[in-house]
Design a protein around this ligand. Structure first.
Ligand code: ZN
Length: 343
């Protein structure tokens, strides 16, 4: 079986990969669609992010969906031919954080296509993956497998919205409009936000945000002054979703949010300097958000019931043999929102 494997920065290969038969409680899924995520791009361009580095060859990919090919002993809720999204997250279920209901903070997490563990957990950009049956979640008939492969990033955004609390009637600012920022627009709209303003430093992603229902969009690189009306008084936004991981974006947003606002930081930005005085005097609530838990099933349900339409985000789909081309395309923000591989 073939897979898309990263060896070193800019060294992405299509190569043979082991294909074990499913053991007890496991299923083999024939992958059909796989979305390229920002973290896949970090492995491709830089060999990792922060302190996480590739130590050995690793199949990339954790936004995947496909068709059940075989089931192992004891698996009753799945059968060959069923269409599923694969949840890349496999918490241990028994550590202190799993037991207190924060499974995304598992001390022994196995997350597909992540080099955080050593040896790394192999990713899902391959013809087949064998996973625990609980990771294969059946999808609605109306959903394409391309849409189902969006369940993972959508789950990230649903989790972020849960960190923010009530969004009904709120004024929301989203900084950074990659796929995560764009999905935040969808989620905030669904959750009842009265106004959703989006900033980025490129025009193409902002046009997508507009089509997804953003009230206003601003290119803060081209027209930094355009945002000034939002500085009125002590700032106007009730909630900020910071999805760029860029210090300048977060710094700017501190002037735009109102006293008592909730700031949800989604973007990973390494070390940032924060205006602590603003946090103190405006009584801001700074919250992190990391991955997801039950939101994966919720994402599939909301898409499956036609409540959230992620199709406008999928800007290209290339056969996995052209992975290098696809990764380069996904890196070009003037052309791409979400690029997927087909298998
Ligand atoms: Zn655990």
């Amino acid at each position: 079986m073939r897979a898309v494997v990263i060896h070193a920065p800019k060294d992405l290969r299509i190569e043979d990969f082991p294909d074990p038969a499913p053991g007890a409680g496991e299923v083999r899924v024939g992958i059909e669609a796989g979305g390229i995520c920002g973290s896949d791009l970090h492995y491709y361009h830089h060999g990792g992010f922060g302190t996480v580095r590739i130590q050995q060859p690793m199949a990339l990919g954790h936004e995947i969906a496909g068709v059940v090919a075989a089931v192992g002993e004891g698996v009753r809720h799945l059968s060959p031919g069923m269409r599923v999204a694969v949840n890349p997250s496999q918490p241990c279920g028994v550590c202190v954080h799993c037991r207190e209901g924060m499974r995304n903070q598992c001390l022994d997490m196995r997350f597909m296509g992540s080099a955080m563990r050593n040896p790394h957990v192999q990713g899902g950009f391959r013809k087949h993956v064998t996973v625990a049956a609980a990771q294969a979640v059946p999808i609605a008939d109306r959903l394409s497998l391309a849409e189902a492969a969006m369940a993972e990033p959508l789950a990230v955004c649903l989790h972020a919205a849960n960190q923010a609390g009530q969004l009904m009637g709120k004024r929301v600012l989203v900084t950074g409009c990659g796929p995560i920022g764009a999905l935040m627009v969808l989620v905030a709209r669904y959750a009842g936000a009265a106004e959703i303003v989006v900033t980025d430093v490129a025009d193409a992603p902002l046009a997508v945000a507009r089509s997804l229902g953003a009230s206003q969009v601003f290119n803060v690189a081209a027209r930094p002054a355009a945002i000034d009306p939002w500085r009125a008084g002590k700032g106007v936004f009730d909630v900020l979703f910071e999805a760029s991981g860029n210090q300048a974006a977060l710094r700017l947003a501190f002037d735009l949010v109102r006293p008592g606002a909730v700031i949800v930081q989604l973007g990973l930005g390494g070390e940032m300097t924060l205006p602590v005085n603003s946090i103190v005097t405006k009584e801001l609530k700074l919250r992190g958000t990391f991955r997801f838990d039950g939101e994966f099933e919720l994402a599939l349900r909301l898409m499956g019931e036609g409540r959230l339409d992620v199709k406008p985000l999928i800007t290209a789909s290339l056969p996995f043999e052209r992975a290098v081309e696809a990764f380069e395309l996904a890196s070009d923000r003037s052309k791409s929102m979400k690029v997927q591989l087909t298998f």
